[in-house]
Design a protein. Sequence first.
Length: 317
Amino acid sequence: MKRRQFLQSTALFSVASLVNANELFAQTPLINKAGLGLFSIPKMLENDFDGAFAMLAKMGYKEVECFGPYEFSTEKAKASWNAVTPQLGFKGSGFFNKTAADFFKAAKSNGISIPAMHTDLDTLSNNMGPLAEAANLIGAKYVVLPSIPDAERKNLDDYKRVAEKFNSIGAEAKKEGIRFAYHNHGYGLNNVNGVMPLNIIFDQTDPSLVYFEMDLYWTIAGGADPVELFKKHKDRYKMVHIKDMKEAKRFAGDGGDASQWISLFPYMTSCGEGVLDLPTILTAAKQNGVEHFFVEQDMVQSPEIALKKSIDYLKSL
């Protein structure tokens, strides 16, 4: 080999080594694809649907999770929603007067996927076929129950019945090629007669049929440790809702009614601006099987500012 060829080869090898070293030591982001729970921006979706998706894409959100009711939801679910919309200040939900196909198209055109959709217990129990059809159309792997109705969680026996119902729902979802998951609120985290109600659901449901989505904010407000829950129930939690808390707060009671949740809304803040140890919590989540990370700042004011702060923080981890 001539001297010039040798020097060129050596230089190329050195550059290649440097590139490989940089790749080796480059920090891998903790969360590769940050998502958003769309209950964060319902008014924006209702008033400027296309603009809402464009805003999320510009910020860097790669996933969203929608919420019901939908056109195919049961009449009972629709009636329950209509009863609370005057207090919420908006009517839109589901696909916001779009077809499932158009909703999916709007997300996809902005580089956003829809891995999960929230719905309700009645629809899960009685309208799984149409629900699954929509989920499969938009690419939603998980159909999620956001809360257990008050009347179905009065005591420990209720929780046992809920676990049985979850197994049935999970089996029906599996037949349709999707997965069922339960999203916790702040109830069920305090011991009743020495038993944590949430543990009944974990212990008496089939891990291959029933998955979980943790809401960090409500879990902490309910007095539980999210890191311990992730470790104890490895691979059961597949999704997480990320909120931060301006100051450490607990529910006034057992977290069992909406008034207690609403009283803590003012303490929600953008990720990284509160007191929660999100790096530790989210690391534990990822290490123990969580696949999707959704920012959720319920009906947040100034979403163009607040949601940008949250995703910028998550990108920095």
